[in-house]
Design a protein around this ligand. Structure first.
Ligand code: NAD
Ligand code: MG
Length: 407
């Protein structure tokens, strides 16, 4: 039923939640648009307005999104001006709908800290999301964090900013959302965080098979539909390494209190063990709309577009230990979570660069992790770096990774 067309309904007096989606055209971004649209149908308390959307260069999808939304976004952010007829048409269409268009990283920061924004969904991929996510934290917003790389690069800086501003940093990553949900009802702190990992497309592959893996095979994830960077990270299990570091900063527990277990069905999203050895888990079919919605509506739970379990069918849940021999990238996450300081920025940048080179077929799949490990070993660790220093090391690490492969 379209509420707007029903003349007999009283005027909608719900107050409004303004949501800015940075990275709106990606896998998490489009799922967020779905969630926001659905919330308007099921939430008796708030009207949900997608007030800002960024999409790097994807003007086509942004134009479609603006047209399809009941109320178009007030602001749209693109990374740069592109000279093509198709882009100009999209941009004109977005403007005709009444949205203001801004360009570049400064515009992302401006949206993230805009006084009218209540919630920032940080869904840009990679280090490119750092400044806007940090700006949202500094402005004291509720930040629905998908962009784990921000915490990997600058965990201490973000944590300190969070304390100063009283921002709410809520996880969107399904494992961290699961842990967050598991600890809600417990007054005692957890003893262990147990992150589950699907094991990715190469869970059962031998080392020799992985040496000749193609981008196509690495992009074929068995349980999740995601953007290309995180899909390759899942294949190397560097994604889980990044998540160990993310968990360290989100939940304030040391690396020794974090474990990883392989769960190929991606239904148990993670678990928490308490002092008495009781383990609490969160389960749901693999669909990111549930953790996204929980970060938006927390502490409330509302009907969600993600599917229910089909409990009329038999289903299997298996857990197996991760294999450090075939997936050495995982260990890098524990090392970096324990070391802190500059290590996260160096690992993240080397990995981003290596993933891009693998996708461009310039290096082998197994070079991703060995390259990251070597760059990490080569860097001079500093324990309390400034943000500027971290960004400097991000650039150094990318160059260092390329030079290892004579690129
Ligand atoms: P994606 O590639 O599908 O989308 C990335 C988004 O970032 C797009 O909107 C793109 O336009 C934008 N973008 C890319 N480069 C940019 C740049 N240089 N400047 C500004 N914007 C840029 O990625 P995704 O899978 O949606 O992942 C987004 C983030 O969420 C990542 O940090 C990822 O690790 C995290 N995450 C994703 C999933 C998932 O299921 N996809 C799950 C957990 C966490
Ligand atoms: Mg995850």
């Amino acid at each position: 039923m379209n509420l707007k067309q029903d003349k007999h309904l009283p005027e909608d007096t719900r107050s409004c939640k303004n949501v800015a989606v940075l990275g709106a055209t990606g896998s998490i971004g489009t799922a967020t648009v779905d969630v926001v649209t659905q919330l308007n149908r099921v939430d008796p308390e708030f009207r949900w307005h997608l007030c800002a959307a960024s999409g790097h260069k994807n003007t086509g999808l942004l134009a479609k999104m603006a047209k399809d939304l009941e109320v178009p976004p007030d602001r749209v952010v693109l990374s740069d001006h592109q000279n093509s007829n198709a882009v100009e048409e999209d941009v004109a269409q977005i403007r005709e709908l009444g949205s203001r268009i801004d360009y570049g990283p400064e515009a992302l920061v401006s949206v993230a800290s805009d006084a009218s924004v209540d919630i920032v969904v940080a869904a840009i991929v990679g280090r490119a999301g750092l400044e806007s996510t940090l700006a949202a934290v500094e402005a004291g917003k509720r930040v629905a964090l998908a962009n784990k790389e921000t915490l990997v690069v600058a965990g201490p800086v973000v944590s300190q900013a969070c304390q100063r501003s009283d921002a709410e940093l809520l996880p969107v990553d399904s494992e961290h959302s699961a842990i967050f949900q598991c600890i809600q009802s417990a007054p005692s702190p957890p003893k262990k965080l147990i992150l589950t990992a699907s094991g990715g497309p190469f869970r059962t592959w031998t080392q020799a098979q992985m040496e000749t893996a193609t981008p196509e095979s690495a992009l074929a994830h068995p349980t999740w539909q995601m953007g290309p960077k995180i899909t390759i990270d899942s294949a190397t299990m560097i994604n889980k390494a990044l998540e160990v570091i993310e968990a360290r900063w989100l939940f304030g527990l040391p690396a020794e209190a974090i474990e990883v277990v392989v769960h190929p069905q991606s239904i148990i999203h993670s678990m928490v063990e308490f002092e008495d050895s009781s383990v609490i888990a969160q389960l749901s079919p693999p669909d990111m709309r549930l953790p996204i919605q929980y970060a938006l509506t927390y502490p409330r739970r509302l009907p969600c577009p993600s599917p229910d379990f089909d409990r009329t069918q038999p289903w299997e849940l298996t857990l197996e230990p991760a294999d450090p021999e075939r997936f050495p990238g995982l260990q890098l996450g524990f090392e970096v979570a324990a070391t802190g300081g500059t290590a996260g920025a160096v690992l993240n940048a080397a990995n981003e660069e290596a993933v891009a080179l693998f996708l461009a077929e310039k290096i082998r799949f197994t070079d991703i992790v060995t390259g990251c490990r070597d760059v990490l070993r080569n860097h001079c660790h500093e324990s309390n770096p400034s943000l500027d220093r971290l960004l400097e090391l991000d650039r150094w690490s990318r160059q260092e990774l390329r030079s290892r492969f004579n690129l």
